[in-house]
Every structure is written in C-alpha cells, then in structure tokens.
Design a protein. Structure first.
Length: 195
C-alpha cells in the first residue's frame, strides 16, 4: 500500500553536485518506483550486488521490492538518486516494530562509485532518521568492503566483529537528533553532519 509522501520527506528532494562534477536528483522513493528500482538492481555488477545483498542478485523478490518502495517515510525510508531518469543510488532504513533502532543500507551503481554519491545519500538518510526520532542505526558489511567501512566511519559508525559471521562486521551509530536540514540547505548539511 502506498503512503502519501509527507512534507518532512519531501524536504529531502534536492539537486546535488558530486565530486566529479556530475549532478543527481536526490528524492524520497515513491511506490511507483518499483520498475526503476528493479532496473537499477539488474545493472549492478556481481561484486556490488554481493556487497549490498550478501550474494549476487539480478532482481529483488516481490517482498524485498515492497520493502524498498512501500515505505511509511518515518519507521521505514528509502532515498534514491537519479540521473537522466534512471536510479543510480539507493539508501534505505527499516525499523522493526516497537524498536527505536533501524537497519540501514546503501548501494551505488558501479559507474557512480567514488564520486561522493554514497556520502550524499547516506547523509540524507541519517538526517531523516534522526529527525524521525530513531535512536540508533545498525547494519552489516563484509569485512573487506573498504568503501562502505570508510563511509560509515565518516558518519560516526562503530565497526565491530560480527557475533555470528566471521567475514562480516556489525555497524552501529547512535543518533542525537533532530538534525536540521531542508531542501535549500541539504548540500551543505550533508557535507558537515555531526559525528
């Protein structure tokens, strides 16, 4: 079921210029984005897909796709980056019922990696989560996934050995929200979020 996009989520929408000069449109996901999300996942390389989904995938299951696009914009949220009408990056969080923490993930199209898009999307996601009253974000990553470990470290996440999987690390970040952001100031806020 599609939820209306609230003003707090619409405030995320902004154009962002990346480190290499390319521009993207950052916005909250819409439930009509399902086909575009599937096309994005299908274009990921096996390595990038494995880093995000812990195994190479070429399509999301209907349940996994619904989790991405059928969000409530508070306890669950997905943010996309678009260029020329195609999704090139996706960041998301989902909070379990009754919890004040959420699982977080981000994935960037292969040809867009290394230009700061992960920083833009992840920053917007963290600011939104803090403003929704979430107290903590957590995630998992392969221990050899240097880009995501560097990104999460930049945003103040701790990385600890995973309690059950030796090739994974557990990532955690306490949030001290709310963090100020609006459409006009988004780019500045994302480059200097509190650590």
């Amino acid at each position: 079921m599609c939820a209306p996009i609230p003003v707090s989520a619409l405030a995320i929408a902004a154009d962002a210029q990346l480190d290499d000069g390319r521009k993207v449109r950052v916005r909250p996901v819409d439930c009509d984005d399902g086909p575009a999300v599937q096309a994005f996942v299908a274009r990921l390389s096996p390595r990038t897909s494995r880093r995000r989904f812990f195994r190479p995938v070429k399509a999301l299951t209907p349940l996994a796709l619904a989790r991405v696009v059928e969000v409530d914009y508070a306890r669950s949220m997905s943010i996309v980056a678009e260029s020329d009408g195609r999704i090139v990056g996706l960041a998301e969080y989902v909070a379990a019922p009754g919890e004040h923490s959420a699982e977080v993930a981000v994935v960037i199209a292969d040809e867009w990696q290394g230009a700061g898009l992960g920083r833009v999307l992840f920053g917007a996601l963290l600011a939104h989560a803090a403003n929704q009253g979430l107290a903590r974000l957590r995630g998992e990553a392969f221990a050899d996934n240097a880009p995501i470990l560097a990104l999460t470290h930049r945003f103040g996440f701790s990385a600890r050995p995973h309690p059950e999987e030796e090739d994974l690390v557990a990532l955690n970040r306490e949030l001290a929200g709310p963090w100020p952001h609006d459409g006009a100031r988004l780019a500045a806020v994302l480059r200097d979020l509190p650590a």
